[in-house]
Design a protein around this ligand. Sequence first.
Ligand code: BGC
Length: 471
Amino acid sequence: MTVDTDAPGADSRNRFVYVTAALAALNGLLFGFDTGIISGAFLYIRDAFTMTPLVEGIVVSGALAGAALGAALGGYLADRWGRRRLILVSAVVFFVGSLVMAIAPTVEVLVVGRLIDGVAIGFASIVGPLYLSEIAPPKIRGSLVSLNQLAVTVGILSSYFVNYAFADGGQWRWMLGTGMVPAVILAAGMVFMPESPRWLVEHDRESKARDVLSRTRTDDQIRAELAEINETIEAEDGGLLDLLEPWMRPALVVGVGLAVLQQVTGINTVIYYAPTILESTGFESSASILATVGIGVVNVVMTVVAVVLIDRRGRRPLLSVGLVGMTLTLVALGAAFYLPGFSGFVGTVATGSLMLYVAFFAVGLGPVFWLLISEIYPLKVRGTAMGVVTVFNWVANLAVSLAFPVMVAEITTAGTFWVFAALSAVALAFTYRFVPETKGRSLEAIESDLRENMLGGSPDGSSAGTVSDDD
Ligand code: BGC
């Protein structure tokens, strides 16, 4: 990704964009780290406290429920307080949550810590993509926002390493407490970062917005962009009720649909249960932990591929290729589990399919969902709308995490993966029919498509959002 390399002052503008993006992406790192760390820590927490199965479930899934709450509040707060301030608040909440978990004297306190941490994860999951999309110049917006997803995957991978590092002696308090470190860096860094220019204009601080834009845009670009922002603000009346207006429906359908489909196609059964799945294919415990690290690495590497391709190829192609791949690998995975006995070959097919499945998720549905929901909502309700959609994502995540063990018991592992395969095929049809192409367009141009009822994928396979390259 490059920004205005030949314009005057381009170097410092580029640097500013990258520094801002890197910092805001720390938010994503915390999201990934704090969701991933429990898989390892839980093995030792189980020995440290006496817990009923229900309490065990709450310790593991409590953060997901907290995240749903955080997303619900976070959208509203991002619109009220501003994006930057909410990132600062989320860093503080991350810190407090990690501290409470690390020193928890009883399991009750631990659960409180998990919930607090979950609220921070919920805040982070919406405000990171939101802030990045509003700071980014349109041509590289896809890559910049996807840095957030890249940070999520790096966070998950680091949590696997931290788990491994503290596994000797079962130091679960250190595992959970490590989350305090990136939280401090994030808070310290954000103090120096600016507010989103779009939020500033909306709150009548246009000269401040001009300042912020001047750090990433040329004078001509600033003039054009401010005019566009002002136009979309004047055209609206704002408020949560806007979400229910008929003209908003296509954006709501895309957001909620992808939010649910991102989860019900099974990604987190792999992220949270990979060692268990791998063990049942005949791996030793230690080998399955190593293979889990392998899955984490594939997730990171393929997200890098998405970051590079997303502004060149567009959102729809990446999503489609990813979903075709996910469908096929899930069918293969189910077949491997269906065959009687795991001989070497079938075990290899299972592990290979699992890795490829994660690769296809990482190149499509993983980053594209978060990117699209930061692009398709009108400015006045962007935070609130992302909050609503993200709540669906966390609730679906929680539901699948709770349902997975039950599904395996009821319809077998093979049956479970085939259900995920069928849902991936549904997601593919959904993408073809409803998902718009937003590549290269300004957020204001996307908004005007929505108002004119031109947002959306189309049955003939073309997409109404792609006609012009108007930036
Ligand atoms: C999803 C998370 C998932 C992660 C895996 C994200 O896009 O929202 O639920 O754990 O990707 O990389």
